[in-house]
Design a protein around this ligand. Sequence first.
Ligand code: MG
Ligand code: MG
Length: 262
Amino acid sequence: MIIIKTKEEIEILREGGRRLATVLQKLKAKVASGISTKELDLYAEKLIRDGGDEPAFLNYRPSGAKSPFPASLCVSVNDEVVHGIPNKNKILKEGDIVSLDLGIKHRGLFTDSAITVPVGNISSGSEKLLEVTERALYVGIESAIAGNTTGDIGYAIEQFVHSRPDKNKNQQYGIVEVLAGHGVGKYIHEDPYIPNFGKKGKGEKLVPGMVVALEPMLNNGTKNVTIDDDEWTFRTADGKRSAHFEHTILITESEAQILTKV
Ligand code: MG
Ligand code: MG
C-alpha cells in the first residue's frame, strides 16, 4: 500500500532529509586513504545521535533477512554494490571508490540517501562510472512527476544508461536489477517498488504527496551480482566496480523536490 504523506509529515521529512544530507557531506569530507570503513560508520552514528536522531539501518532486519544489519552506515568499496558492512580492518586506499548509504529517523520518519565518493585520485573509468550513475539518478528524478508511473522512471534511467552517455563505444554499464528504489517515510522501505529499468506507462501511478527513494546502481560490467557469506554485501559477479547514488524525493504536480539535500 502506498502511503501518501501529510503536509506535517512532509515538513518533518524535509528537515530529516536536510540533516541526512549534512551528515553525508561530512562523511564525504572524511573519506581518505588510510581510514577504515568502521571509522566512517562510527562517525555517522555520532553525527546522527548528536542531532537527536536515530540511525535507521542499525539493527534493521527486513523480512526474510537472517540477521539484522549491524551498523548505521552501509559502506561498499569498489566491486561491492550495496550493504557493505563496516569493518575496522577494512582500510580505504588511494584509487578506491566507496559508496556511503545512510538512513536516518527524524521525529519518527525515515529518509534515505547514498553517494559514491572517490578516495584520492581514481581512474578515468571510475570517474565516468560515478558521473554516469549520478546523472542516471537525476534523469530518474526528472521523470518523477505526478501522472507518470514508476515504469516511466525506470524507462528513463534505462534509456539514459544504454545511450552510452560517456561516449565510449566499448563501455557498457550493467544496471543492477535485483535491487530497486522504493517508497520511504513511515518505514525505511514502503511501496511502491521502483526498478531502475522498465516500460513506459507501467507500474504504479505517481501522485502528489508520495515520498520515494530513487537509487540507480550501475556496474562497470555485468549487471549480475552475488551476495557474500555475511548475507548482506552485494558485489558484482565479475569483480568490476559499482556505483550508487540515491535521493529521497517528494512527488508534486511539477518537478519532484529533493528532500535529502543541504
Ligand atoms: Mg539507501
Ligand atoms: Mg533506499
